[in-house]
Design a protein around this ligand. Sequence first.
Ligand SMILES: Cc1cc2nc3c(=O)[nH]c(=O)nc-3n(C[C@H](O)[C@H](O)[C@H](O)COP(=O)(O)OP(=O)(O)OC[C@H]3O[C@@H](n4cnc5c(N)ncnc54)[C@H](O)[C@@H]3O)c2cc1C
Length: 376
Amino acid sequence: MTTKQNAVVVGAGIVGLAAARALAERGYRVHVFEKNTKAVGASIRNFGMVWPIGQPAGPLYERAMRSRQIWQSLCEQGKFWHAPAGSLQVAYRPDELQVLEEFRDGNTGKRNCSLLTATEALNCAPLLRQEGLLGALFSPDEMVVNPREAIQLLPDLLSEQYDITFHFGTAVTGIDNGTVYTGGEQYPAEQVIVCGGQEFESLYPEVFRQSPVTKCKLQMMRSSALPTPKQAEPAICGGLTLTHYSSFKECPSLPQLQQRIAQEYPEYVQWGIHVMCSRNGQNELVIGDSHEYGPVHDPFDRAEINRLILEYFNTFTNIPGLNIAQSWNGTYLKMTQGTELVAKPEEGVTIVNGLGGAGMSLSFGLLEEVVGGLEQ
Ligand SMILES: Cc1cc2nc3c(=O)[nH]c(=O)nc-3n(C[C@H](O)[C@H](O)[C@H](O)COP(=O)(O)OP(=O)(O)OC[C@H]3O[C@@H](n4cnc5c(N)ncnc54)[C@H](O)[C@@H]3O)c2cc1C
């Protein structure tokens, strides 16, 4: 670009931050509008797991790996806490181990992952329960960030590095024919990217009404700081997680595992619970989560769901004196068909939303692709 064009981004969650970065990389002067005085949506309520292992081999895995590369570079530049220690999918039942073996075999040459013996897994993650552990799949690709820290600090880092201006506490109330309205002000923009997350009812509601989307509410918890020394261990997932991520769908014995889980854990299936955990820079464990789908959700947490999550967590970990310090919920927009919503409701406007449970893992890569396609 010889003279700078203006771009506007609506929303300063991870999708909006990734859009702002990608637009500025392409030479746009970018204004980001966030209606709250700081981002408080799904992007600060998650595990902070940047999670390529959840994506099937091919373009989605490549997108996740590109996102991870950008995350790592930003965390290093901004000196944000991050743990590029990989992930461990643990097996305490023969059918879980079989799925892990099939996953390893099906991904040979496509991604780096290996099966560990029980002893190797325990050395890697001493929080694991020893009794009954059969083995684990280790993947080095995964990284954990602290979303509460990273999402608050990224705006400053991005505006130091690029021509990006953030306007917090400023809601976008309308977009029309290359002009963005924020109540009292108006901004001309050659490109607008709308990244409003689950609050999509006011801008282009007709697009969402016509798209295959729903909302998903999740419950999670955080422990008090553990007394045991801090360790750069991989994030850990129990057997239920194998039934959650689409990357495991290729494993031939997954249907049998799903059947056994449906019989043994009907309440977990009812509340969409699978259990994973990561340790943050304050030596606290982040543990979750449940998945409830529908257009509107009860805003309150259910103690029953937290109890189920912790009971299952205790089947594969051994953490004496574990104390839960916080519980919360978050909501994201989820596609009922497809992996994300990228729509063009009018000339120069692109909506990017619906990344579901993979927004932290895919946004940076996806937004590079979306912005790369704007001028074609
Ligand atoms: C509990 C939980 C755990 C998760 N765990 C993970 C994980 O470990 N890894 C992973 O990859 N993903 C995870 N996710 C998913 C991930 O958090 C989401 O995909 C992602 O945060 C969605 O980002 P977003 O920017 O679309 O939405 P949000 O973070 O909700 O941001 C949207 C922003 O737009 C603003 N906005 C809306 N309308 C306007 C307007 N008109 N004007 C100005 N601003 C506006 C809102 O105020 C909000 O700040 C999890 C999600 C939850 C809830």
